[in-house]
Write a protein that binds this ligand. Structure first.
Ligand code: G1P
Length: 168
């Protein structure tokens, strides 16, 4: 829009069928363009902001970009966990990801931090995604199927995360 106030559109997920299903609900609003997913239960204190750091990586690498951060071994089972290679500073290529790995089975200590820049082909992957961890349609599973054809980079963003999915 021409004016800074911009424009908002809303959709509602009518049943709690998982994050992947929630993202798919926005398909008609997003259309055929790359877009950002911001999970509001992860609050990031960062300067520049986490998404700005990701957009900078997107502008140089293209493809799909995921925010990541190191987590303690005891917490890895609560998150999507990344298997990374080819590190350049705080950016690495995603080789694989695992949604909520069982204890001892996480491929690294780098978790998916609730910010994504995704290509619209993710919607086709979500269309055919089967229920995964927790019986939910997982965004992580759709990203894994896109990994065959598209690059994913993780940005270990500089800042601090407050995860409101935890009571403390
Ligand atoms: C979701 C994602 C997970 C990610 C997490 C970040 O899980 O499925 O990969 O690490 O958000 O908050 P949820 O918190 O919805 O269980």
């Amino acid at each position: 829009d021409r004016i800074g106030a911009g424009r908002s559109s809303f959709t509602r997920q009518q049943a709690p069928l998982g994050l992947g299903h929630a993202v798919a609900c926005a398909r008609d609003i997003v259309g055929n363009e790359p877009f950002a997913v911001i999970l509001p239960d992860m609050i990031m204190k960062a300067n520049p902001g986490c998404l700005k750091q990701m957009i900078d990586v997107y502008n140089s690498h293209g493809g799909n970009v995921i925010a990541s951060e190191a987590a303690h071994e005891d917490e890895l089972h609560r998150y999507g966990v990344l298997d990374l290679h080819g590190h350049e500073n705080n950016v690495a290529r995603v080789a694989m990801m695992v949604e909520k790995p069982a204890k001892g089975l996480a491929p690294s200590n780098q978790i998916i931090s609730g910010r994504y820049i995704l290509q619209p082909e993710i919607f086709e992957a979500l269309d055919v995604a089967k229920p995964g961890t927790g019986g939910e349609i997982q965004l992580t599973d759709a990203m894994i199927s896109l990994l065959r054809n598209q690059a994913f980079h993780a940005v270990e963003y500089k800042g601090k995360t407050f995860d409101c999915g935890d009571k403390v």
